[in-house]
Write a protein that binds this ligand. Sequence first.
Ligand code: NAD
Length: 272
Amino acid sequence: MRTDLSIKDYVREEKEALKKRVSTFEKAPKMAIVKVGHDVGSDSYVKGKVKDATEVGMLAEVHQYDETINQETLMEEVRRINEDPSVDGLIVQLPLPKHIKEAEVTALIDPHKDIDGFLPNSPFIPCTPRGIVDYLEAIGFVFQGRNALVIGRSGIVGKPLAKLLLSKDMNVTVTHSKTTHEDMDYYTRHADLIAVATGKAGLLDNSYHFKEDAVVVDVGISRGEDGHLHGDAVPGLPVALQTPVPGGVGLLTRLSLLKNVLEAYEYGLLHR
Ligand code: NAD
């Protein structure tokens, strides 16, 4: 396993390769981002998506709407953008304001444009799980027949990651907020791969036991009272590789989105 390939270097190399590929295309792949109101997290995520797209020669068009937009108008807008043949991928940036029924809006996205991979019939792998597995492949992690522990069962990270690891022939255990410490310790002791996605800073600490050749993928990111960003795992666990926070899974997620846009573009070339 190439533990010397840092996420930063891997992402830089992958983005350079993407940029080269995009430069051979007649037209730039385009993603549209629908955003309602202003939320500190969403504002910075969208800024990051636009920056990433620009860096590799893709287009990212942001459709910003006022917080007070009603359900019907927003749905009309999403329908219109979705039908635009120049749009390869479409993201509805979540969360939407409370008065909007999210599921009704996202259901309007053509699955072949659903680059977030959130719809049940989307052909795309959700960005965070995809980013994690692509990186593990790049460093030569062996999946088949080995034990994975996924901590957290959300619809955007835990569940799709567990499914993806199963498809890589791993033995997958999913734990969650109702799992006892004792049981979790049983699973950490046996895990070759631990992915922790809870949003609980420092949840995975030295009170658990680990295999010394284990890999810990830290998905969680939360801002502590000290104003700093923290992962779900305390730094320096006694394992072979632990991904950092910040500068870890977040970068992989952003890279995957670009790869999904490229795939949506290629699909569009054949079918639109
Ligand atoms: P979520 O709140 O939807 O789900 C959290 C999950 O953690 C739940 O399934 C819950 O059962 C589990 N959990 C909570 N407390 C637990 C405990 N004490 N022990 C075990 N499990 C526990 O969150 P999410 O959307 O899956 O996100 C999780 C974290 O990952 C957040 O910090 C989020 O910001 C981060 N995240 C990062 C990226 C990235 O690209 N870096 C992408 C998505 C999410």
